[in-house]
Every structure is written in C-alpha cells, then in structure tokens.
Design a protein around this ligand. Structure first.
Ligand code: GRF
Length: 222
C-alpha cells in the first residue's frame, strides 16, 4: 500500500481539528465558496490561514473580510521550488492545518508539500479530468469540440492534475460558447463541488482504491 493510500484509508478522526489551509493566486471565488459553505453549515471546518503567492490576489480581501489570517508568500527569488514548498509546508503545519485546499493556486506543488500532507491536498480544476489538464482547460475543451466539460476536485499527487478524483460535476458546452461563457458556467458548478469534496476528505469516510476515491462499504447508506 502506498503512503497516499495508507494515509487516506486511516480512521475518520484523521482531521479532528478540521482546520483548512487555503492557497490562492487570484480572485478567490472558490475560497469564497468555502467561506460561505462554512457559514451556512454545509462544510464543517474552519479556515486557519489563506496563503497567496501574489500580493494583489483579490482573494486576500475576501479572507480579511471573513476575519481569516492571511499570508503572502511570493514564489519569486527562491533558489528552488522545493525550498518554497518547504516554507509553505511549515506555514501550514505551524497553524495545525489538516487539509490543504488549492483554490486557484497557480503553482505546481512539489514533494515537500505533498509528503507533509499525504492524501490531504485538494485541488479544483475546470475540466472533467483526465481531459484537459494544465492551463486553459476551458480553451482546450472548446478547441477539441467536446459537448460536455465540467469541474473536477481531486487529491494532489506529484503528477499534474492526475490524483484520485473526489467529485466531478458536468457542464454542457453550448453552440456559441466562448472561453468566458463556458468558464462562467463551470465556475457555478465549481462552487458547489469544492466544499462538497473538502467535506468528504475531512469526513475520512472515504478511501483510495488504486486511483479511485470511494466510499467505504460501511459508510454507504441504503
Ligand atoms: C478556477 O477556475 C479553478 O478551477 C482554477 O482556477 C480558477 C480559480 O478561480 N484552478 P477563483 O480564484 O477561485 O475564482
């Protein structure tokens, strides 16, 4: 059993403090979706810190408005990606974060962070993975002429946008869609999928079966 699957199949009280660390780079609408879900009781968690690699990220203001601690950690000027990631891991660990949420964090995360939070880093991506990983997922979807795209929330592994899938929601691609109109409709589904997926990870009532993120039999209701 790999480190990831061993950690993911451990007990439901793996995250007793239910503390999230949210990493952002931009406007932070998915961060807002987590804040809103916590406020209205759909997500049983608290956000311990919001970290941005850019000081102009709009999401920082959303965090401040909600009374959440923020940190700006510029990725530029570091001798290596690993050193930057090690600092992030320390920032998160020192705040007792259990689950790390990548909410539009436009950086690949490397092993120092992945190994510090095994099976506990969640990413949101605007396509139905494994289709269209990487940048400009909506543009890729339109270029390929797919009729259906959507959103995927998945666990982060060392491979880009390829970890076990937690939640997906589909969105129809319309005849006259532009990148902007498609992105806007996908975003509506992102805001539902993200809190739902984070709640599932926190519940620990899920396990990894190879690449699949599945409910344990004892947690399936009739
Ligand atoms: C979202 O489309 C998300 O899927 C992608 O980056 C975008 C972030 O948007 N990873 P926001 O900053 O959460 O509004």
């Amino acid at each position: 059993m790999s480190a990831v699957s061993a950690a993911a199949s451990s007990k439901a009280d793996r995250f007793p403090d239910r503390r999230l660390g949210v990493l952002i780079s931009g406007r932070g609408s998915n961060l807002q979706a987590l804040i809103d879900a916590i406020e209205d009781g759909r997500l049983d968690a608290r956000i311990a810190v919001v970290i941005s690699n850019r000081d102009d990220a709009g999401g920082l203001e959303r965090a401040r408005r909600a009374g959440i601690d923020t940190l700006v950690r510029d990725h530029r000027g570091w001798p290596s990606r690993d050193e930057y990631d090690s600092m992030l891991a320390e920032d998160l660990r020192s705040r007792n974060v259990g689950v790390v949420c990548l909410a539009g964090f436009m950086r690949r995360v490397g092993l120092p962070l992945i190994e510090a939070f095994p099976a506990a880093i969640v990413n949101i991506h605007p396509s139905l993975l494994p289709a269209f990983p990487g940048l400009d997922a909506q543009r890729q979807a339109l270029a390929h002429g797919v009729r259906v795209s959507g959103v995927t929330v998945h666990l982060v592994t060392a491979e880009l946008d390829a970890g076990p899938i937690i939640v997906q929601r589909a969105v129809q691609v319309l005849e006259h869609d532009t990148e902007e109109t498609l992105a806007a409709r996908i975003l509506v589904e992102e805001h539902k999928a993200f809190p739902e997926a984070v709640q599932r990870v926190l519940d620990g009532a899920w396990t990894l079966d190879g690449r699949r993120f599945v409910a344990r039999p004892q947690d399936l209701r009739p």
